[in-house]
Write a protein that binds this ligand. Structure first.
Ligand SMILES: NC(=O)c1ccc[n+]([C@@H]2O[C@H](COP(=O)([O-])OP(=O)(O)OC[C@H]3O[C@@H](n4cnc5c(N)ncnc54)[C@H](O)[C@@H]3O)[C@@H](O)[C@H]2O)c1
Length: 258
């Protein structure tokens, strides 16, 4: 299937994990991929991999939490490929912060990247799509944590809740322009984000006990980044032409059991 022939996808945080798998999926389906991130070495390595897969790719260096960076990176992408047809708001970070003992300086960066990053990128790309008459698609990579209440991650969970609500609100505001906005909400996925304090949480005894052996995840395993990427590509494609403002769990059934 080459559903994105002649199109350009802009993936934030696209140099690693789910973002890279997503960029790869779009490239394999004919798109040119723009990877936005903060680290040039990692970004250039991702571009080399995407080009080796036979695609056209570009790394743009910037921080999604900076509106000026976002505007510059979007301009660079348009200068290189002419237009942006698909935006994937994927960049995020997570830390462990106790709500009471934690500091604002720990809370704010997570909100800045996830909530404000999604806002800056969506608004900047939507303005371009509207001006260029692109009937595009925007996919937000959220999380099932957007509706779970877990300790030590109130900042991440609240920011993902904002991403879900931004998905719905921007879907309504952009639909008259022919732009569709939807989200995927992954559960546990094997990526660099699974490594917390130097330990891969998917290899811990508690993960294996609760989520695998006791089947809190009914499919009894974590997902692979490509299993999220395929749903992102579906939501961005004409196959999802009547989907507007949906938040789609991709979690092996985990959100059914908690
Ligand atoms: N891995 C999981 O279990 C899981 C579960 C649910 C949701 N998610 C979501 O999936 C998305 C991708 O995460 P991942 O698991 O692939 O981890 P990841 O750490 O590989 O990907 C996050 C990417 O975002 C980039 N990034 C972070 N802050 C940025 C900033 N300010 N500006 C630009 N880029 C920035 C990182 O450098 C990285 O490349 C995230 O939105 C994450 O919240 C992941």
């Amino acid at each position: 299937m080459r559903r994105f022939e002649g199109k350009t996808v802009f993936v934030t945080g696209g140099a690693t994990g789910i973002g890279l798998a997503t960029a790869r999926r779009f490239v394999l389906e004919g798109a040119a991929a723009v990877v936005m991130g903060r680290r040039a070495d990692v970004g250039e390595a991702a571009v080399a991999e995407l080009e080796a897969a036979g695609g056209r790719a570009l790394f743009v260096r910037g921080d999604v939490a900076s509106e000026a960076d976002v505007v510059r990176c979007v301009d660079e992408a348009i200068a290189a490929f002419g237009r942006i047809d698909v935006l994937v708001n994927n960049a995020a970070m997570s830390t462990s912060v106790d709500f009471v003992a934690g500091e604002t300086s720990e809370w704010k960066p997570v909100f800045d990247v996830i909530a404000f990053g999604t806002y800056f990128c969506t608004r900047t790309v939507a303005r371009h799509m509207i001006e260029a008459c692109v009937r595009g698609a925007i996919v937000n990579v959220s999380s099932i944590n957007s509706y779970r209440a877990l300790p030590m991650t109130s900042h991440y969970n609240a920011a993902k809740g904002a991403a879900d609500q931004l998905t719905r609100c921007t879907a309504v505001e952009l639909a008259p322009h022919g732009i569709r906005v939807n989200a995927v909400n992954p559960g546990f996925v094997d990526t660099p984000m699974s490594v917390v304090d130097g330990e891969n949480e998917l290899e811990t005894d508690w993960f294996k006990d609760i989520y695998v052996e006791r089947r809190k995840i009914p499919q009894a395993r974590a997902g692979g980044p490509e299993e999220i990427a395929s749903v992102v590509a579906f939501l961005a494609s004409d196959d999802a032409s009547y989907m507007c403002g949906a938040t789609v769990p991709v979690d092996g059934g985990l959100s059914l059991t908690f």
